[in-house]
Design a protein around this ligand. Structure first.
Ligand code: ATP
Length: 216
């Protein structure tokens, strides 16, 4: 899936609205140490739903919001948007282009948008994991990751292979469904307990009703 554009505002070292267009082929981002190259890769992961502050080299979720620097004051919100080409319909949504946006306010409030409409992260995951896009999927290969992959144990490497084979989306769904089933089983047990506790009362009322009917 082709990433056409990355747009950031208030994310890490990018206080000003910044747009990067990616044409087909290879794009290289070049800059001196500390100029924000890794921040761009992190913006990509973050917009795809990365939840771990540590992976983003921060301690708290709000650390991704521009913290001030030079003459600029800290900002109250970080926003990153990815523009993805969906003209081949790989994501089964009726849009030729998808704009995935994540916003985070200093208050802790956060939101995800798809083409401007608020969506749940869960749905976003569902749509994007199907095409191999996720915060920790192989679509973002960070510094040292290739080396890590070679050194990994087979069970660890399996995660990446499952990701590429689109198995992970289904295992996630399975885990969610199992959780829901367990919750439903709990509710059912509570309902049964309640029915057992109320049974003598029902019996008493039934007898009272029968007596009342006889008298009438
Ligand atoms: P290197 O080549 O050393 O890896 P880089 O070009 O990848 O550097 P980054 O590591 O992406 O650069 O950028 C680090 C810069 O981002 C630092 O100057 C850091 O102060 C700045 N930075 C990170 N988070 C924030 C934030 N929340 N607010 C302001 N600046 C930030």
């Amino acid at each position: 899936m082709h990433l056409k554009q990355l747009e950031l505002v208030g994310f890490k070292s990018f206080p000003q609205r910044t747009r990067l267009r990616f044409e087909p082929g290879i794009t290289a981002i070049v800059g001196p140490n500390g100029s924000g190259k890794s921040n761009l890769a992190e913006a990509l992961r973050w917009a795809l739903g990365e939840q771990s502050a540590r992976t983003l080299r921060g301690r708290r979720a709000e650390d991704v919001i521009f913290a001030g620097g030079g003459a600029r004051r800290p900002l109250g919100m970080a926003e990153v948007s990815l523009l993805l080409d969906n003209s081949d319909g790989r994501v089964p949504l009726p849009y030729a282009e998808l704009v995935v946006t994540r916003r985070l306010y200093r208050s802790g409030e956060s939101e995800y948008l798809l083409n401007g409409a608020r969506v749940r992260l869960r749905d976003l995951h569902d749509w994007l994991l199907g095409v191999g896009l996720g915060p920790d999927s192989y679509c973002v290969v960070g510094q040292g990751t290739v080396e890590q992959l070679i050194l990994q144990r087979p069970e660890e490497r399996r995660v990446l292979i499952e990701d590429a084979a689109d198995v992970r989306r289904h295992t996630q769904r399975l885990a969610e469904t199992e959780q829901k089933l367990a919750a439903t089983a709990g509710n059912l047990q509570r309902a049964r307990d309640l029915a057992t506790a109320l049974a003598p009362e029902v019996e008493r009322l039934r007898a009272a009703a029968a007596r009342a009917e006889q008298r009438a």
